[in-house]
Design a protein around this ligand. Structure first.
Ligand code: FE2
Length: 277
């Protein structure tokens, strides 16, 4: 549970760092499981995920990954590189399909925290392991998560868990404190009308990146982010990877936008956390 001060800090800053949220054993289990997924997924099926321009990631493999476990290569990787070390991320339904990631996602603790940050009926819609690989981990441009996962009214909230130390050196999160107070920009990442690709619609927002502060985190720490909190991460030029497990939740009381890139088929709907904890 969050303290009153933590809730106030989240409300004023748009993010909250919680130390030692995952135990060493939980982190190790997640890391082993992620590695096991990488070693068993057929590489020929992977596709590229561009952290700079997500519309380049517009193939069917991506569009149909909302209810699956799929791996995506780093844009800068070549086929001659070590392929395990070329993976950008695994997504997007680890929380519903993988027993290890499910066990750290559907917990009373996360559910309680989500309710404390105003999600009345928390629903996990997306899970990802992001690797931010040494030397090639790409820059993630300033953005608001609500641009990608929209509800009416907006309720997208990120739960970012460090599976390794994240520092300014290896591309930790950066964010603009208080930026969530301006609300979500009129800018959306949605399925195209023919349903075959993704496009940005609206006016591209610009933010003053000089206001960004580094959000360094230790292995096991959790950072909760409001869906309108402006954040980014630089490329990882260091020799160290920067693994993280990220959940995105919404308030199940709110309408899920039908044009969101992430859609679940009827046979695999989103679940209320309260039904599974
Ligand atoms: Fe984000």
């Amino acid at each position: 549970m969050l303290t009153e001060q933590e809730i106030e800090a989240f409300q004023s800053q748009g993010y909250l760092l919680i130390r030692d949220f995952l135990s060493e054993a939980q982190v190790d289990e997640c890391r082993q499981q992620a590695m096991s997924i990488l070693q068993t997924q057929p590489f020929e099926e992977f596709s590229i995920f561009s952290t700079v321009d997500q519309t380049k990631t517009s193939d069917t493999y991506f569009l149909e990954s909302g209810d699956k476990i799929r791996c995506f290569f780093e844009e800068g990787a070549s086929l001659t590189d070590d392929r395990i070390k070329s993976v950008n991320k695994i997504g997007h339904a680890l929380h519903d399909l993988d027993p290890v990631f499910s066990s750290i996602s559907y917990t009373k603790e996360l559910h309680a925290m989500a309710r404390q940050v105003d999600l009345v009926e928390p629903v996990i819609v997306q899970s990802q392991v992001i690797f931010k690989q040494p030397r090639i981990g790409g820059k993630v441009m300033p953005h608001q998560d609500g641009t990608f996962l929209c509800t009416h009214p907006q309720s997208c909230t990120g739960f970012w868990m460090a599976l390794e130390d994240a520092t300014a050196n290896n591309g930790c999160l950066m964010g603009i404190p208080g930026s969530h107070k301006q609300g979500l920009a009129d800018y959306r990442f949605v399925r195209s009308l023919d349903d075959e690709s993704v496009v940005f619609e609206g006016t591209p927002p610009s933010w003053d990146v000089s206001e960004m502060i580094t959000l360094e985190a230790k292995k096991g720490d959790l950072i909760i982010m409001h869906g309108a909190f402006v954040h980014m991460s630089h490329e990882n030029k260091s020799p160290d990877s920067r693994w993280a497990y990220i959940l995105h939740m919404i308030d199940g009381q709110h309408e899920w936008d039908k044009r969101n890139w992430l859609q679940r088929p009827q046979e695999m709907p989103f679940h209320k956390m309260s039904d599974l904890i």
